[in-house]
Design a protein around this ligand. Structure first.
Ligand SMILES: Cc1cc2nc3c(=O)[nH]c(=O)nc-3n(C[C@H](O)[C@H](O)[C@H](O)COP(=O)(O)OP(=O)(O)OC[C@H]3O[C@@H](n4cnc5c(N)ncnc54)[C@H](O)[C@@H]3O)c2cc1C
Length: 369
């Protein structure tokens, strides 16, 4: 699995994606998923752009509904981040039940959980920066619900490696799996894992019925834990050249859209703030991916430092940036992001949100037809 950082290749990937088999196959490890998340999460393309492209290619809403619903999940988690702010960093709806400790099982790092498909999935994550959705669910289930680990440190571990790392989708999905952002914990047994990952493992500690799985003791493979310390190796700060008569457009690890204000003259800065990466550490692979994606933006310059330091260096130049809950401290002209629909706000459940989104999208379709 290789994720190109060239904008022309990304657009080609988007253009060539065929969601016909998505609903039937998406849960299988080799299912017909889009692999677009690293570009959506990094703000290179939006959920709206993906949706509109599919419609322009003649796909009927009814036939791509499952795929559109998944795009809406991404927007839903983002809306929750916007509205709940730092509350998503901790157990959101209720305290995670059955927590024995707050560290990461060592077998995750050593890929020795005893569940072959999952060890393979972790290896893939480290090598490629991608993990299939079902694999993410299995691994978070294993760590939190079988190993009785609190979700936060393992979520940070996964986020560190993911090219598509998005703190809202990440933290809130972990919390959904472990019952901190849902009413019940998610469980999958060996039979389910074998089916969707095409493995035939037998006799593991997950090879039990659903009646038993929830009440078993923590297996020996998940007992040893360690306190993980993650760190981002940011590049050295270099000086930037600023035309003080032109506006400045700010890009960051969640906003790398090459088309944003693209015809306009301006200073274009990729801002990497040490304080942001201290809170949200990422691996070298992910950092390189972000920097390489930024090269699609003409004239981009890298600034490693805090927003206020950049502002001081810019002097009186006007600043433009896209709204994002991780960068609320930016000052200047805040512009909105593209969303799949006009629905915003703090919906209590995804299905309530989806009902409104679907209605809104259908209304738009009726106006087009
Ligand atoms: C524990 C856990 C952690 C996760 N962490 C992240 C993360 O850090 N960043 C991230 O982008 N997604 C995360 N997800 C959601 C999901 O796994 C990925 O978005 C998806 O696997 C990306 O692959 P794809 O582009 O081929 O998805 P597709 O199945 O092709 O879906 C299309 C797009 O819809 C969105 N999407 C699909 N499923 C979900 C979902 N369940 N939640 C939110 N958006 C979704 C993504 O933007 C994706 O690119 C996580 C899920 C779990 C269970």
């Amino acid at each position: 699995m290789h994720f190109s950082t060239k904008y022309s290749v990304i657009l080609e990937l988007l253009n060539n994606y065929n969601p016909d088999r998505y609903a039937a196959s998406r849960n299988y490890i080799d299912g017909s998923v889009s692999y677009l998340s690293p570009y959506i999460s990094r703000g290179v393309i939006s959920t709206k752009k993906v949706y509109q492209l599919l419609l322009s290619k003649g796909y009927e809403f009814g036939k791509i509904e499952k795929f559109v619903q998944e795009l809406a999940w991404r927007d839903y988690w983002q809306q929750l981040w916007v509205h709940k702010e730092e509350l998503i960093d901790d157990d959101l709806k209720r305290t995670q039940p059955n927590v024995a400790h707050y560290q990461l099982p060592i077998s995750i790092l050593e890929k020795s959980t005893g569940i072959d498909a999952l060890d393979h999935g972790i290896d893939e994550l480290e090598k490629t920066g991608y993990m299939h959705n079902h694999m993410r669910m299995y691994i978070s289930m294993l760590i939190c619900n079988i190993g009785q680990t609190h979700w936060k440190q393992p979520a940070q571990w996964m986020y560190y490696h993911l090219l598509d790392g998005d703190w809202a989708s990440n933290a809130l999905s972990w919390q959904w799996v472990c019952g901190a952002n849902s009413n019940k914990k998610y469980f999958a047994n060996q039979e389910n894992i074998n089916k969707y990952t095409h493995t035939q493992q037998k006799g593991s500690y997950l090879d039990v019925s659903y009646n038993e799985i929830e009440y078993q003791k923590v297996p020996k493979e998940l007992k040893a834990t360690l306190n993980l310390e993650l760190k981002t190796d940011l590049p050295e700060a270099t000086s930037i050249v600023i035309d003080k008569k032109s506006p400045t457009f700010i890009y960051n690890s969640y906003q790398l859209d090459p088309e944003w204000h693209s015809p306009e003259k301006g200073n274009r800065i990729l801002l990497l703030e040490p304080s942001h990466f201290e809170k949200f550490p990422i691996s070298k692979r992910v950092l390189d991916f972000i920097i390489d994606l930024s090269k699609n933006i003409e004239g981009i310059q890298l600034f490693v430092g805090e927003f206020d330091e950049l502002k001081a260096a810019l002097g009186c130049a006007e600043i433009y940036f896209k709204e994002h809950p991780a960068f609320k401290h930016y000052k200047g002209n805040r512009e909105s992001r593209d969303w799949i629909s006009n629905i915003s706000g703090d919906c209590h459940s995804f299905f309530k949100f989806w009902k409104l989104v679907k209605k809104d999208l259908k209304k738009d379709l009726e106006t087009i037809l």
